[in-house]
Design a binder for this molecule. Structure first.
Ligand SMILES: *Cc1c(COP(=O)(O)O)cnc(C)c1O
Length: 370
Protein backbone atom coordinates (compact mmCIF):
# COMPACT_ATOMS: atom_id res chain seq x y z
CA UNK A 1 0.00 0.00 0.00
CA UNK A 2 1.22 3.49 -0.86
CA UNK A 3 2.05 5.11 2.46
CA UNK A 4 0.10 8.25 1.52
CA UNK A 5 -3.10 6.24 1.26
CA UNK A 6 -3.19 5.95 5.02
CA UNK A 7 -4.40 9.59 5.01
CA UNK A 8 -7.52 8.53 3.13
CA UNK A 9 -8.41 6.22 5.98
CA UNK A 10 -8.58 9.03 8.57
CA UNK A 11 -11.97 10.62 9.25
CA UNK A 12 -12.55 13.50 6.84
CA UNK A 13 -12.21 16.30 9.41
CA UNK A 14 -8.80 14.97 10.43
CA UNK A 15 -7.66 14.65 6.81
CA UNK A 16 -7.97 18.42 6.40
CA UNK A 17 -6.74 19.37 9.86
CA UNK A 18 -3.72 21.64 10.26
CA UNK A 19 -2.22 21.09 13.73
CA UNK A 20 -1.96 23.91 16.29
CA UNK A 21 1.37 25.76 16.13
CA UNK A 22 2.68 26.41 19.63
CA UNK A 23 5.02 29.28 20.54
CA UNK A 24 8.62 28.47 19.71
CA UNK A 25 10.34 26.68 22.62
CA UNK A 26 13.48 28.34 24.01
CA UNK A 27 15.57 25.17 23.45
CA UNK A 28 14.61 25.07 19.78
CA UNK A 29 15.86 28.61 19.17
CA UNK A 30 19.02 27.78 21.12
CA UNK A 31 19.64 24.80 18.83
CA UNK A 32 18.88 26.76 15.68
CA UNK A 33 20.83 29.95 16.33
CA UNK A 34 23.27 29.00 19.08
CA UNK A 35 21.98 31.88 21.19
CA UNK A 36 22.16 31.71 24.97
CA UNK A 37 20.30 34.78 26.26
CA UNK A 38 16.79 33.99 25.05
CA UNK A 39 13.53 35.38 26.36
CA UNK A 40 10.16 33.86 25.47
CA UNK A 41 7.15 36.14 25.46
CA UNK A 42 5.15 33.90 23.18
CA UNK A 43 2.75 31.66 25.08
CA UNK A 44 1.20 33.80 27.83
CA UNK A 45 3.05 31.90 30.53
CA UNK A 46 3.63 33.37 33.98
CA UNK A 47 7.02 35.17 33.98
CA UNK A 48 7.35 34.61 37.75
CA UNK A 49 7.10 30.84 37.35
CA UNK A 50 5.11 28.65 39.73
CA UNK A 51 4.53 29.86 43.29
CA UNK A 52 6.38 28.50 46.33
CA UNK A 53 3.34 26.63 47.61
CA UNK A 54 2.88 24.78 44.32
CA UNK A 55 6.56 23.84 44.23
CA UNK A 56 6.44 22.54 47.80
CA UNK A 57 3.36 20.46 46.99
CA UNK A 58 5.15 18.95 43.99
CA UNK A 59 8.16 18.04 46.16
CA UNK A 60 5.92 16.43 48.77
CA UNK A 61 4.13 14.38 46.09
CA UNK A 62 7.18 12.97 44.31
CA UNK A 63 7.43 9.96 46.63
CA UNK A 64 3.97 8.77 45.57
CA UNK A 65 4.56 8.74 41.83
CA UNK A 66 4.44 4.95 41.54
CA UNK A 67 0.73 5.12 42.32
CA UNK A 68 -2.05 6.17 39.98
CA UNK A 69 -3.38 9.65 40.71
CA UNK A 70 -6.83 10.18 42.21
CA UNK A 71 -8.95 9.78 39.09
CA UNK A 72 -11.67 11.95 40.59
CA UNK A 73 -9.33 14.70 41.76
CA UNK A 74 -11.16 14.91 45.07
CA UNK A 75 -8.84 17.32 46.89
CA UNK A 76 -8.52 19.78 44.03
CA UNK A 77 -12.25 19.69 43.36
CA UNK A 78 -12.97 20.33 47.02
CA UNK A 79 -10.58 23.32 47.02
CA UNK A 80 -12.21 24.71 43.85
CA UNK A 81 -15.70 24.09 45.22
CA UNK A 82 -14.81 25.99 48.41
CA UNK A 83 -13.21 28.86 46.56
CA UNK A 84 -16.04 29.37 44.07
CA UNK A 85 -18.98 28.17 46.16
CA UNK A 86 -20.06 25.46 43.73
CA UNK A 87 -20.76 21.75 44.23
CA UNK A 88 -17.92 19.34 43.55
CA UNK A 89 -20.20 17.67 41.00
CA UNK A 90 -20.14 20.86 38.92
CA UNK A 91 -16.39 20.58 38.32
CA UNK A 92 -14.59 18.78 35.50
CA UNK A 93 -10.80 18.57 35.68
CA UNK A 94 -8.84 18.53 32.45
CA UNK A 95 -5.32 18.01 31.16
CA UNK A 96 -5.15 21.74 30.61
CA UNK A 97 -8.41 23.54 29.88
CA UNK A 98 -7.69 22.55 26.28
CA UNK A 99 -8.79 19.05 27.17
CA UNK A 100 -12.13 20.39 28.43
CA UNK A 101 -12.62 22.10 25.04
CA UNK A 102 -11.95 18.78 23.37
CA UNK A 103 -14.23 16.82 25.71
CA UNK A 104 -17.15 19.14 25.08
CA UNK A 105 -16.66 18.86 21.32
CA UNK A 106 -16.46 15.08 21.50
CA UNK A 107 -19.49 14.76 23.76
CA UNK A 108 -21.81 17.11 21.87
CA UNK A 109 -20.84 17.31 18.20
CA UNK A 110 -21.54 15.19 15.15
CA UNK A 111 -20.80 15.94 11.48
CA UNK A 112 -24.29 17.33 10.89
CA UNK A 113 -24.02 19.93 13.66
CA UNK A 114 -22.57 23.44 13.72
CA UNK A 115 -20.36 25.45 16.04
CA UNK A 116 -20.38 29.25 16.21
CA UNK A 117 -17.34 31.27 17.25
CA UNK A 118 -15.79 34.59 16.36
CA UNK A 119 -13.17 35.60 13.85
CA UNK A 120 -9.83 36.10 15.71
CA UNK A 121 -11.01 33.77 18.49
CA UNK A 122 -8.77 31.14 20.10
CA UNK A 123 -7.29 28.72 17.53
CA UNK A 124 -8.33 25.60 19.40
CA UNK A 125 -12.06 26.15 18.65
CA UNK A 126 -11.76 25.43 14.91
CA UNK A 127 -9.43 22.51 15.64
CA UNK A 128 -11.75 20.64 18.01
CA UNK A 129 -14.70 21.39 15.73
CA UNK A 130 -12.98 20.02 12.64
CA UNK A 131 -11.56 16.98 14.41
CA UNK A 132 -15.08 15.67 15.00
CA UNK A 133 -16.26 16.67 11.51
CA UNK A 134 -18.68 19.38 12.66
CA UNK A 135 -19.07 22.63 10.74
CA UNK A 136 -17.48 25.85 12.02
CA UNK A 137 -19.55 29.00 11.51
CA UNK A 138 -17.33 32.03 12.02
CA UNK A 139 -18.93 35.37 12.93
CA UNK A 140 -17.00 38.46 11.84
CA UNK A 141 -15.26 40.32 14.68
CA UNK A 142 -16.21 43.82 15.82
CA UNK A 143 -13.20 46.00 16.68
CA UNK A 144 -11.13 42.80 16.95
CA UNK A 145 -13.49 41.42 19.63
CA UNK A 146 -16.59 39.21 19.70
CA UNK A 147 -19.65 40.67 17.99
CA UNK A 148 -22.30 38.94 20.09
CA UNK A 149 -25.14 40.05 17.81
CA UNK A 150 -23.37 38.69 14.76
CA UNK A 151 -22.79 35.44 16.63
CA UNK A 152 -26.40 35.15 17.75
CA UNK A 153 -27.61 35.73 14.18
CA UNK A 154 -25.62 32.66 13.12
CA UNK A 155 -27.10 30.36 15.77
CA UNK A 156 -29.66 27.97 14.26
CA UNK A 157 -31.31 24.74 15.37
CA UNK A 158 -28.16 23.01 14.06
CA UNK A 159 -25.86 24.94 16.38
CA UNK A 160 -24.88 22.68 19.25
CA UNK A 161 -21.90 24.67 20.60
CA UNK A 162 -20.83 28.30 20.88
CA UNK A 163 -17.30 29.18 21.97
CA UNK A 164 -16.48 32.55 23.55
CA UNK A 165 -13.11 33.51 25.03
CA UNK A 166 -13.31 36.32 27.55
CA UNK A 167 -10.79 37.93 27.57
CA UNK A 168 -10.08 36.69 24.08
CA UNK A 169 -6.73 35.30 23.00
CA UNK A 170 -4.99 36.65 20.90
CA UNK A 171 -6.76 40.02 20.84
CA UNK A 172 -7.15 40.64 24.60
CA UNK A 173 -10.64 42.07 24.07
CA UNK A 174 -13.16 41.88 26.91
CA UNK A 175 -16.96 41.62 26.86
CA UNK A 176 -19.08 43.17 29.60
CA UNK A 177 -20.86 40.86 32.02
CA UNK A 178 -24.21 42.35 31.09
CA UNK A 179 -23.72 41.70 27.36
CA UNK A 180 -22.49 38.18 27.99
CA UNK A 181 -25.33 37.32 30.31
CA UNK A 182 -27.98 38.44 27.86
CA UNK A 183 -26.21 36.60 25.04
CA UNK A 184 -26.17 33.33 26.95
CA UNK A 185 -29.79 33.85 27.96
CA UNK A 186 -30.78 34.35 24.33
CA UNK A 187 -29.27 31.06 23.15
CA UNK A 188 -31.70 28.24 22.41
CA UNK A 189 -31.78 25.41 24.97
CA UNK A 190 -30.31 23.14 22.26
CA UNK A 191 -27.03 25.02 22.28
CA UNK A 192 -24.19 24.64 24.82
CA UNK A 193 -22.23 27.82 25.53
CA UNK A 194 -18.53 27.41 26.32
CA UNK A 195 -17.22 30.50 28.08
CA UNK A 196 -13.43 30.22 28.02
CA UNK A 197 -12.03 32.27 30.91
CA UNK A 198 -8.36 31.30 30.68
CA UNK A 199 -7.37 34.86 31.63
CA UNK A 200 -10.14 35.83 34.07
CA UNK A 201 -7.72 36.25 36.98
CA UNK A 202 -6.14 39.21 35.19
CA UNK A 203 -9.40 41.11 34.74
CA UNK A 204 -9.65 42.21 38.33
CA UNK A 205 -13.27 43.30 38.88
CA UNK A 206 -14.37 40.11 40.67
CA UNK A 207 -14.74 38.84 37.15
CA UNK A 208 -13.80 35.35 38.26
CA UNK A 209 -16.87 35.21 40.52
CA UNK A 210 -19.58 36.92 38.48
CA UNK A 211 -19.83 34.39 35.67
CA UNK A 212 -20.07 31.56 38.20
CA UNK A 213 -23.40 33.02 39.33
CA UNK A 214 -24.77 32.25 35.86
CA UNK A 215 -24.30 28.51 36.35
CA UNK A 216 -27.54 28.44 38.35
CA UNK A 217 -29.39 30.18 35.53
CA UNK A 218 -28.03 28.30 32.53
CA UNK A 219 -27.73 24.48 32.57
CA UNK A 220 -26.16 24.74 29.11
CA UNK A 221 -23.22 26.91 30.28
CA UNK A 222 -19.68 25.53 30.57
CA UNK A 223 -17.02 27.86 31.99
CA UNK A 224 -13.43 26.77 31.37
CA UNK A 225 -10.41 27.99 33.33
CA UNK A 226 -6.78 27.04 33.68
CA UNK A 227 -3.77 26.88 35.97
CA UNK A 228 -1.51 27.55 32.97
CA UNK A 229 -1.65 31.33 32.90
CA UNK A 230 -2.04 33.32 36.13
CA UNK A 231 -1.10 30.33 38.31
CA UNK A 232 2.12 29.59 36.42
CA UNK A 233 1.65 25.84 35.92
CA UNK A 234 1.47 25.52 32.11
CA UNK A 235 4.02 22.71 32.06
CA UNK A 236 1.89 20.49 34.32
CA UNK A 237 -1.24 20.70 32.14
CA UNK A 238 -4.20 21.30 34.39
CA UNK A 239 -7.42 23.22 33.91
CA UNK A 240 -11.07 22.83 34.83
CA UNK A 241 -14.63 23.27 33.70
CA UNK A 242 -17.53 24.61 35.80
CA UNK A 243 -21.06 23.78 34.74
CA UNK A 244 -24.33 22.25 35.83
CA UNK A 245 -23.80 18.80 37.42
CA UNK A 246 -25.58 17.27 34.40
CA UNK A 247 -23.19 18.82 31.89
CA UNK A 248 -20.23 17.79 34.10
CA UNK A 249 -21.61 14.23 34.18
CA UNK A 250 -21.62 14.14 30.37
CA UNK A 251 -18.00 15.36 30.15
CA UNK A 252 -16.98 12.84 32.79
CA UNK A 253 -18.25 10.01 30.57
CA UNK A 254 -15.78 10.79 27.78
CA UNK A 255 -12.68 11.71 29.72
CA UNK A 256 -9.81 9.32 30.38
CA UNK A 257 -9.95 7.80 33.88
CA UNK A 258 -6.61 9.37 34.94
CA UNK A 259 -6.51 12.49 32.79
CA UNK A 260 -4.81 14.62 35.46
CA UNK A 261 -1.42 13.63 36.78
CA UNK A 262 -0.62 13.53 40.47
CA UNK A 263 1.86 16.43 40.46
CA UNK A 264 -0.59 18.66 38.63
CA UNK A 265 -3.42 17.87 41.05
CA UNK A 266 -1.24 18.61 44.09
CA UNK A 267 0.32 21.75 42.62
CA UNK A 268 -2.99 23.20 41.47
CA UNK A 269 -4.59 22.68 44.88
CA UNK A 270 -1.66 24.43 46.57
CA UNK A 271 -1.62 27.22 43.97
CA UNK A 272 -5.27 28.02 44.66
CA UNK A 273 -4.40 28.98 48.23
CA UNK A 274 -1.34 31.02 47.23
CA UNK A 275 -3.03 34.41 47.00
CA UNK A 276 0.30 36.18 47.44
CA UNK A 277 1.74 34.64 44.29
CA UNK A 278 -1.41 35.45 42.36
CA UNK A 279 -1.35 39.05 43.53
CA UNK A 280 2.35 39.41 42.61
CA UNK A 281 1.57 37.94 39.21
CA UNK A 282 -1.22 40.43 38.60
CA UNK A 283 0.91 43.36 39.81
CA UNK A 284 3.83 42.37 37.54
CA UNK A 285 1.39 42.10 34.66
CA UNK A 286 -0.20 45.50 35.30
CA UNK A 287 3.19 47.22 35.52
CA UNK A 288 4.55 45.32 32.52
CA UNK A 289 1.50 46.14 30.40
CA UNK A 290 2.06 49.82 31.16
CA UNK A 291 5.77 49.63 30.34
CA UNK A 292 5.24 47.79 27.06
CA UNK A 293 2.37 49.96 25.85
CA UNK A 294 4.33 53.10 26.79
CA UNK A 295 7.13 51.66 24.68
CA UNK A 296 4.73 51.11 21.76
CA UNK A 297 3.58 54.70 22.09
CA UNK A 298 7.16 55.98 21.90
CA UNK A 299 7.69 53.89 18.77
CA UNK A 300 4.50 55.30 17.23
CA UNK A 301 2.84 51.87 17.22
CA UNK A 302 -0.82 51.10 17.86
CA UNK A 303 -1.99 48.21 20.01
CA UNK A 304 -5.28 46.63 21.02
CA UNK A 305 -6.06 47.39 24.68
CA UNK A 306 -5.83 44.03 26.45
CA UNK A 307 -7.47 42.58 29.55
CA UNK A 308 -5.06 39.61 29.56
CA UNK A 309 -1.35 39.06 30.18
CA UNK A 310 -0.42 39.74 26.55
CA UNK A 311 -0.93 42.49 24.00
CA UNK A 312 -1.34 42.62 20.22
CA UNK A 313 0.71 45.29 18.52
CA UNK A 314 -0.10 46.53 15.02
CA UNK A 315 3.10 46.86 13.00
CA UNK A 316 1.27 48.20 9.90
CA UNK A 317 3.51 45.94 7.83
CA UNK A 318 3.91 42.16 7.47
CA UNK A 319 4.82 40.88 10.92
CA UNK A 320 6.79 37.75 9.95
CA UNK A 321 10.05 39.55 9.01
CA UNK A 322 9.90 41.50 12.29
CA UNK A 323 9.17 38.28 14.19
CA UNK A 324 12.19 36.63 12.56
CA UNK A 325 14.46 39.60 13.22
CA UNK A 326 13.41 39.50 16.88
CA UNK A 327 14.23 35.77 16.98
CA UNK A 328 17.75 36.52 15.78
CA UNK A 329 18.04 38.84 18.79
CA UNK A 330 16.91 36.05 21.10
CA UNK A 331 13.36 37.36 21.63
CA UNK A 332 10.49 34.94 20.94
CA UNK A 333 7.06 36.52 20.46
CA UNK A 334 4.00 35.18 18.65
CA UNK A 335 2.98 35.80 15.05
CA UNK A 336 -0.80 35.67 14.61
CA UNK A 337 -1.20 35.12 10.88
CA UNK A 338 -3.35 32.04 11.55
CA UNK A 339 -5.79 34.41 13.27
CA UNK A 340 -6.09 36.54 10.09
CA UNK A 341 -3.90 39.21 11.69
CA UNK A 342 -0.79 39.20 9.46
CA UNK A 343 0.43 42.66 10.56
CA UNK A 344 0.21 42.03 14.30
CA UNK A 345 2.45 40.33 16.83
CA UNK A 346 1.26 39.08 20.20
CA UNK A 347 3.59 39.87 23.09
CA UNK A 348 3.24 38.13 26.46
CA UNK A 349 3.93 40.53 29.33
CA UNK A 350 7.17 39.42 31.01
CA UNK A 351 9.22 40.54 33.97
CA UNK A 352 10.42 44.17 33.94
CA UNK A 353 13.82 43.02 32.65
CA UNK A 354 12.27 40.91 29.86
CA UNK A 355 9.95 43.73 28.83
CA UNK A 356 12.91 46.13 28.58
CA UNK A 357 14.89 43.63 26.50
CA UNK A 358 11.93 43.12 24.19
CA UNK A 359 11.39 46.87 23.69
CA UNK A 360 15.10 47.38 23.06
CA UNK A 361 15.12 44.59 20.47
CA UNK A 362 11.93 45.87 18.81
CA UNK A 363 13.34 49.40 18.65
CA UNK A 364 16.50 48.12 16.96
CA UNK A 365 14.60 45.93 14.52
CA UNK A 366 12.21 48.70 13.50
CA UNK A 367 15.05 51.16 12.99
CA UNK A 368 16.71 48.70 10.64
CA UNK A 369 19.53 47.54 12.92
CA UNK A 370 18.82 43.90 12.29
C1 LIG B 1 -4.00 29.25 27.00
C2 LIG B 1 -5.44 29.17 26.67
C3 LIG B 1 -6.23 28.05 26.97
C4 LIG B 1 -5.79 26.73 27.47
O1 LIG B 1 -4.68 26.55 28.11
P1 LIG B 1 -4.41 25.19 28.89
O2 LIG B 1 -2.96 25.28 29.12
O3 LIG B 1 -4.80 24.05 28.03
O4 LIG B 1 -5.23 25.25 30.12
C5 LIG B 1 -7.57 28.07 26.69
N1 LIG B 1 -8.13 29.13 26.13
C6 LIG B 1 -7.44 30.22 25.83
C7 LIG B 1 -8.16 31.36 25.23
C8 LIG B 1 -6.07 30.27 26.07
O5 LIG B 1 -5.37 31.34 25.70
Amino acid sequence: MNKNNIYNLAVSGVQKLIPYTPGKPIEELERELGLTQIIKLASNENPLGPGKKALAAIQATLKDLALYPDGNGFNLKRALADKYAVEMGQITLGNGSNEILELVARAFLTPDLEVVFSQHAFAVYPLVTQAVGATAVVAPALNYGHDLNAMLQRVTEKTRLVFIANPNNPTGTLLSHADLESFIGALPATCVCVLDEAYCEFVGDNSADISIGWLNLFPNLLITRTFSKAYGLAGLRIGYGLSSPELADILNRVRQPFNNNMLALAAAEAALSDTEHLQNTIAVNTQGMQLITDGFKKLGLEWIPSAGNFVLVDLKQPAMPIYEALLRKGVIVRPVGVYELPNHLRITIGTAAENELFLQALTEVLSGHV
